[in-house]
Design a protein around this ligand. Structure first.
Ligand code: C5P
Ligand code: MG
Length: 162
């Protein structure tokens, strides 16, 4: 009656783009490179939901060669993944995610990001967790060259299907 999914994503840091995390623009001197808005945590959660229903992966549903998705807000991908889960008979129970980024400090934006993700998914904010970590100056994330995100979701059978 439950399904678990896991997602991971990474984007290169570049100057001149906004830093969008969970649909929220966080004040920053740099943003993330990507075909879409490069919202790394929305991509990780989207992949976790798609994974939980064994429906492929985010690139299969939103190919970066498809002009339709160029510059697309990634909350659209997340919403679409929730719709795919609903078609398969599942709804999102809870989400736990981590954003790994050396700077800026993100904790003041935690509630805004959680509220944005929860509203997109259509569940209460107390079922959406967003954690932040540095990489302790080690590796591409620690050297400030990229950002990563990981997510785990639990899907539960839709009440209308039970
Ligand atoms: O990576 P580290 O364990 O040093 O992170 C300590 C805390 O700093 C985290 O638990 C998180 O609350 C916060 N943090 C943050 N923004 C980041 C990285 C970490 O707010 N970009
Ligand atoms: Mg991505």
């Amino acid at each position: 009656m439950i399904r678990v999914g896991q997602g991971w994503d990474s984007h290169r840091i570049i100057a001149g783009r906004p830093l969008i995390l969970g649909g929220i623009e966080v004040p920053s001197e740099f943003g993330l490179e990507g075909h879409s808005d490069a919202d790394v945590v929305s991509h990780a959660i989207t992949d976790a939901i798609i994974g939980a229903i064994a429906a492929g992966d985010i690139g299969m549903h939103f190919p970066d060669t498809d002009a339709r998705w160029k510059g697309a807000g990634s909350l659209r991908f997340l919403r679409h993944a929730c719709d795919l889960a609903a078609e398969a008979g599942y709804e999102v129970g809870n989400v736990d995610s981590t954003i790994i980024l050396e700077r800026p400090k993100l904790k003041d934006f935690r509630l805004a990001i959680r509220e944005s993700l929860a509203a997109t998914i259509g569940i209460p904010v107390d079922r959406v967790s967003v954690k932040f970590k540095t990489a302790e100056k080690v590796g591409p994330v620690g050297e400030g060259r990229s950002a990563e995100s990981q997510a785990v979701v639990c899907l539960v059978r839709s009440s209308s299907r039970s």
